[in-house]
Design a protein around this ligand. Structure first.
Ligand SMILES: C[S@@+](CC[C@H](N)C(=O)[O-])C[C@H]1O[C@@H](n2cnc3c(N)ncnc32)[C@H](O)[C@@H]1O
Length: 320
């Protein structure tokens, strides 16, 4: 083989390797600079259910539409020593044996400082006892929000944009005891009066009215299997929900008894919204707030009593 031929073969192999290398470099620098795409949704007005969430492009069945971190969350009292006090992840045995409140990681412990440093200054015996005996979970969420406001990590108006429940006189009267106990928990600590000036009865009622409609009951996908296998006694005592949380974007999703989207929690309070079927651009995304397997009358009753609305979804309109 002539020298010239060998050289021309080597040159063509070299060029092809160089071009592969360049392609790889271009690909990795593209990946490094690629910004996360905004979620394919917008909040807009619906015809008869106030604001709602709409698809801005076609979304495929099974796609994760977006994820969401809570504005505020709190473990349920029955889970307080078995889940992370910040992210609600199930604790391993060693962690939950050690103390009544624990964190799943040093990161969560650090993140929790924004409410925990304030909370530990107060005396919550009477307030927690009131929640326990009355079976109330939402006042605990209000307490945590109040701690976040006092530490400066959240605004006292954080939830104002969310739709409030309409409350009867009796409901408002029932909230007075909780407000009194919450306020005295802070007054008896060494927190300055100016820092709790926002904590009025009206603030407490306004926040609870929003939490009532917008809070999600968190059931983790991870751990469900072990829960099913645990003893019958434990199953009777344990509540499936590990806690409650309020989010911004997920709060704008309206309800449908035949939803096209669902909200899930894998291992902690970070939520994921997933498409249950193919969704077209401009279609409204709706989740189901309740157990959709109930009959028409039971669904309507729960939605009216629990969320204060008469469901106008296609399934209910057809009487199914
Ligand atoms: C969590 S909010 C959803 C967002 C709300 N539409 C807004 O403007 O903020 C729940 C409220 O939306 C309305 N809503 C949700 N789903 C509905 C439905 N299927 N039929 C009628 N109203 C609905 C009710 O007023 C309900 O109390």
């Amino acid at each position: 083989m002539s020298c010239l031929l060998r050289y021309s073969r080597w040159l063509s192999r070299f060029k092809s390797r160089q071009s592969q290398k360049n392609q790889l470099l271009a690909f990795s620098s593209e990946a490094a600079t690629e910004k996360p795409r905004p979620p394919p949704i917008r909040v807009g007005l619906t015809e008869s259910a106030g604001r709602g969430v709409f698809a801005t492009r076609r979304i495929g069945a099974g796609d994760v539409i977006h994820s969401a971190k809570p504005i505020v969350s709190h473990p349920s009292l029955s889970s307080i020593s078995t889940v992370c006090y910040f992210c609600l992840k199930k604790l391993n045995f060693v962690e939950f044996k050690s103390q009544s409140v624990a964190f799943c990681s040093s990161e969560c412990e650090l993140n929790a400082k924004v409410f925990y440093d304030v909370e530990t200054k107060g005396d919550w015996l009477a307030f927690d006892d009131y929640c326990r005996t009355q079976g109330l979970k939402y006042p605990l969420v209000v307490k945590r929000l109040a701690c976040l406001v006092i530490s400066g990590a959240a605004s006292a108006e954080s939830l104002d944009i969310l739709q409030p429940a309409s409350l009867s006189r009796e409901m408002i009267l029932e909230m007075e005891e909780g407000f009194g106990l919450l306020k005295s928990g802070f007054v008896n600590s060494n927190i300055a009066d100016e820092q709790i000036a926002f904590l009025t009865k009206q603030w407490y009622i306004n926040v609870l009215a929003r939490i009532r409609i917008n809070a999600f009951r968190i059931e983790l996908a991870v751990g469900l299997h072990e829960d099913l296998l645990s003893s019958a006694a434990a199953c009777i005592e344990a509540e499936a929900a590990v806690g409650s949380a309020v989010y911004m974007l997920p709060s704008f999703y309206n309800h449908d008894c035949d939803p096209n989207t669902h909200i899930i929690w894998i291992e902690n309070a970070d939520a994921r919204l997933k498409a249950l079927r193919d969704i077209e651009a401009d279609e409204e995304l709706r989740i189901c707030y309740i157990d959709a397997s109930m009959d028409h009358d039971a669904r309507q009753k729960i939605l009216l009593q629990g969320f204060g609305f008469k469901c106008n979804c296609l399934r209910c309109m057809s009487g199914e």
